[in-house]
Design a protein around this ligand. Structure first.
Ligand code: SF4
Length: 196
């Protein structure tokens, strides 16, 4: 089983409750205007990795299983790989999984095979990003998006949905700058200038 990966971030604090390792999957056809991650749209870009490689990158051997967030691209556009990955993460002892999807819950429930993925997710943030409904608040970046608690692992309070959107900027060892979270357009322009 292979997974098309855009990148991995370690120890993020802006992609769900607490400190989390974050997997960005590659490929999304939903085309939201103002998408924060246009570089993740092309399904042929990024890197193709085996499930073992992805799990090994997210859950380093010998360390306590971290909390995990899976984002995009669109995770549900790699549904068989997503299901396999979620199950492997649970086998490794991961007890907190947040997934961001551009599909609304009703769309996911109508998607054949999605139930196996939903069964392994603690918190699903669902819905297209609609720039004209941007909230400036954390996790649900536009007002139409919904946070679904699919297990009892987390509470709505822990998600801090009413808090101002946080932004995290990571400078990688190779000098590339990675931005995560829910930045305003002005912050995105400033970071793009930094990275050019
Ligand atoms: S679903 Fe997410 S990755 Fe896809 S276009 Fe919309 S905001 Fe971007």
């Amino acid at each position: 089983m292979n997974v098309q990966v855009a990148g991995v971030l370690y120890g993020s604090t802006v992609n769900g409750p607490g400190r989390r390792n974050v997997l960005h999957l590659q490929g999304c056809t939903l085309g939201c205007r103002g998408c924060f991650n246009p570089g993740t749209h092309d399904a042929a870009a990024g890197r193709r990795q085996t499930l073992d490689e992805v799990v090994g990158a997210l859950v380093p051997k010998g360390s306590e299983a971290p909390a995990i967030t899976i984002s995009g691209g669109e995770p549900f556009q790699q549904l068989p790989a997503l299901v396999a990955l979620l199950r492997r993460l649970r086998e490794c002892g991961v007890d907190s999984i947040v997934v961001f999807s551009g599909y609304a819950m009703e769309e996911l429930q109508a998607m054949p095979g999605s139930g196996a993925a939903l069964a392994e997710i603690d918190v699903l943030i669902a819905g297209r990003y609609v720039a004209t409904e941007a909230t400036g608040l954390g996790l649900c970046a536009s007002a139409n998006q919904r946070a679904h608690l699919l297990t009892h692992r987390h509470t709505l309070e822990e998600l801090q949905l009413g808090e101002s959107a946080a932004v995290e900027i990571t400078i990688l060892p190779d000098g590339n700058v990675v931005m995560s979270g829910f930045p305003s357009p002005a912050i995105r322009r400033a970071i793009a200038a930094l990275d050019s």
